[in-house]
Design a protein around this ligand. Structure first.
Ligand code: PGA
Length: 249
């Protein structure tokens, strides 16, 4: 359960260096950031710049993905250690775009989670069902498969955070209702409890993601099992991201 709301901006393949700088300069001057756990995942090319700018601010900088091996001949890939060295402290794992566009399997996601934990990066494990899976009543089975495959055999780390992001709500403008989101967060917590025990499942933060905006963030975050949000489109504008933070405090 949350101690502070966790609010993470997923910038995907947006923002150049000067835009990154302007955003972090502006956000870091706003009040109240320490009342939340605020994170940003810029592109790899802006990671080090963003991390330098965020030193001595309450903003955490992380990566959008990582490679599952510590090092080696993997052209184009970035390791956990390289992310840490660039100043990243956390990493998104299994985002729906990685699962569906880049065909990342449950097994690969497990390997990525394993190395993130070994290398001391805080993992944000993303899970979620497609519209077709929800409509055919498979939501529970999908979440069970994704969570069991990712978590089985790994230590119960307090740094683990889950982001429930229904695929049908990501970038579509269709947000899950607070009731549906809450119900599915409870389900995810129950599944985590069956893997790692109820006490652990109660301790960890489960975020909601998918079309979160300033207008719906407060209502979503007022649900008892929604501990934060992973925000794509609405995090690209500093005013809109800050309004989401304010709405959740
Ligand atoms: P969205 O993206 O807020 O634009 O729906 C969420 C995400 O991809 O994590």
């Amino acid at each position: 359960m949350r101690d502070k709301p966790v609010l993470i901006a997923n910038w995907k393949m947006h923002k150049n260096l000067s835009e990154t700088k302007a955003f972090i300069d502006a956000l870091s001057k706003r009040d109240g950031l320490t009342q939340a756990w605020v994170g940003i995942t810029p592109s790899f090319t802006a990671l080090s710049t963003a991390a330098s700018l965020a030193v001595n601010t309450p903003i955490h900088i992380g990566a959008q993905t990582l490679h599952e091996q510590a090092k080696g001949a993997f052209t184009g890939e970035v390791s956990a250690r390289q992310i840490r060295e660039a100043g990243g402290s956390f990493v998104l794992i299994g985002h729906s775009e990685r699962r569906h566009v880049y065909k990342e399997s449950d097994t690969l996601i497990h390997e990525k989670l394993k190395i993130a934990l070994e290398e001391g990066l805080k993992p944000i494990l993303c899970i979620g069902e497609t519209l077709q899976e929800r409509e055919s009543g498979q939501t529970e089975a999908v979440l069970e498969r994704q969570l069991a495959s990712a978590l089985n055999g790994l230590p119960k780390s307090d740094s683990l955070t889950i982001a429930y992001e229904p695929v049908w709500a990501i970038g579509t403008g269709v947000v899950a209702s607070p009731e549906v989101a809450q119900e599915t967060q409870v389900l995810s917590r129950k599944i985590i409890g069956s893997i790692h025990g109820e006490a652990f499942s109660k301790k960890i933060s489960i975020l909601y993601g998918g079309s979160v905006k300033p207008e719906n963030a407060g209502k979503l975050l007022s649900e008892p099992d929604i501990d934060g949000a992973l925000i794509g489109g609405a995090s690209l504008d500093v005013q809109s991201f800050y309004q989401i933070i304010e709405a959740c405090l």
